[in-house]
Design a protein around this ligand. Structure first.
Ligand SMILES: Cc1ncc(COP(=O)(O)O)c(C=O)c1O
Length: 386
């Protein structure tokens, strides 16, 4: 079946966070992590069918959706779960914040590796926990955990490790060895792992495979809160449907307790879309990955040709992490925005001088944006544009 990933949909005037933030200015928005593609047709049909039934009352998680999630986890990752392990959530950011509240007490330490998706940096303080940052290290090929610094960062009050896997923004798919080292560390220091795996279905590198942290053996299973959603996979983030998988009963009880009376239920359209996507969205998803691979390669070659910019191979996600510190500009996000391209500012991820580029869009729009970036850099340096 043919899918259309070339049309640029008109998202302005839809209260789109990505497209309507700039109030109609001519800025191509390549920032917040949603894609400019309609999701699978099966999702559209399921949403219409649900509306046609009328009466939009309170809703329970459909038994058939729970079965779809179990089949998905078993089929894609060889992960057999008990339905009781699933905790439905209106979003993963909610899950990150609930995890901080559910583990330990105020004053305890939460460790994360930086740079990282901004809510990892803010969630600990929302519940009176102390954020401890362990900077990742980069060579020409990839970003990695600094296990010596991680070891040194563990203290008597360390209770939680917030792991982003695959990693936003550095695009890594962590290997079994890397994940096992994190699990060994967490066992040694008796730390719970909150593993945000929202990007797990967006592995672009054919040589890599996503491994859910909790599947690494009984020790991992018994100390991991896994957060997942169909929202990045099928581009449904506006529908607010996500879930945690938590095997240990006591940890799950604490997680549910931290949610009680505060976290709303998932809405019925979110459930309907999730089930249709997990059951019928995979042809669309395979075509999506091909488009994203092409866009990733184009970003890599275009950025390589821009003086002063460095980027890394994106193993997963539709996000490129770009180092602009050698470009001789003070705030690259501002310079590119003035040049007509809206990128995420690295400062929000814990690393000033960097920007994050979302290439989940039609190739022609991406090309236009890359051209504008090159021109913006050229104007600043006075050099000819690449
Ligand atoms: C790593 C990561 N976690 C969570 C989210 C957001 O999740 P949600 O929209 O379900 O709150 C994002 C969105 O970009 C993300 O990249």
């Amino acid at each position: 079946m043919a899918f259309d990933f070339d049309t640029v949909p008109d998202r302005r005037g839809t209260s789109s966070m990505k497209w309507d933030k700039d109030g109609g200015r001519d800025v191509i928005p390549l920032w917040v992590a949603d894609m400019d593609f309609p999701g699978p047709a099966a999702v559209d049909r399921a949403l219409r069918a649900r509306i046609d039934r009328g009466v939009l009352g309170y809703t329970m998680p459909p038994v058939s959706l729970v079965a779809a999630v179990r089949d998905y986890l078993a089929g894609h990752f060889g992960w057999e779960i008990d339905p009781a392990w699933i905790v439905w959530l209106p979003g993963l950011v909610t899950g990150l914040n609930v995890a901080c509240r559910a583990v330990g007490v105020p004053g305890d330490d939460v460790i994360t590796a930086t740079p990282v998706y901004p809510p990892f940096l803010t969630a600990p303080s929302h519940s009176g926990r102390r954020l401890v940052r362990v900077p990742m290290v980069a060579d020409r090929d990839r970003w990695q955990w600094d296990f010596d610094r991680l070891e040194a960062a563990a203290g008597p009050r360390t209770r939680l490790l917030m792991l982003c896997s695959p990693h936003n923004p550095v695009g890594r798919v962590f290997s079994r060895g890397e994940l096992e080292e994190l699990v060994d560390w967490s066992v040694r220091h008796d730390v719970i792992i909150c593993s945000d795996e929202i990007h797990c279905d967006l592995v672009l590198d054919p040589d890599r495979r996503h491994i859910p942290t909790a599947t690494l053996g009984p020790a991992a299973r018994d100390r991991t809160i896994t957060l997942m959603a169909p929202s990045k996979t099928f581009n449904l983030p506006g529908l607010g449907c996500a879930f945690a998988v938590i095997a240990p009963p006591e940890l799950r009880r604490r997680f549910r307790h931290a949610m009680a009376g505060i976290v709303p239920a998932v809405n019925l359209l979110g459930f309907a879309a999730a089930e249709a996507a997990y059951r019928h969205g995979w042809d669309w998803h395979a075509a999506l990955l091909d488009v994203l691979r092409g866009n990733r390669d184009r970003v890599q070659s275009a950025v390589d040709a821009m003086p002063g910019l460095t980027t890394w191979p994106v193993e997963a996600t539709y996000l490129a992490w770009i180092d602009a510190r050698a470009a001789g500009i003070e705030d690259p996000a501002v310079v590119f925005e003035e040049g007509g391209v809206g990128l995420s500012n690295g400062t929000e991820f814990g690393l000033p001088g960097f920007v994050r580029l979302n290439f989940g869009c039609a190739p022609a729009l991406l090309e236009k944006a890359l051209g504008r970036m090159s021109t913006a850099l050229g104007k600043r340096s006075g050099a000819p544009t690449a």
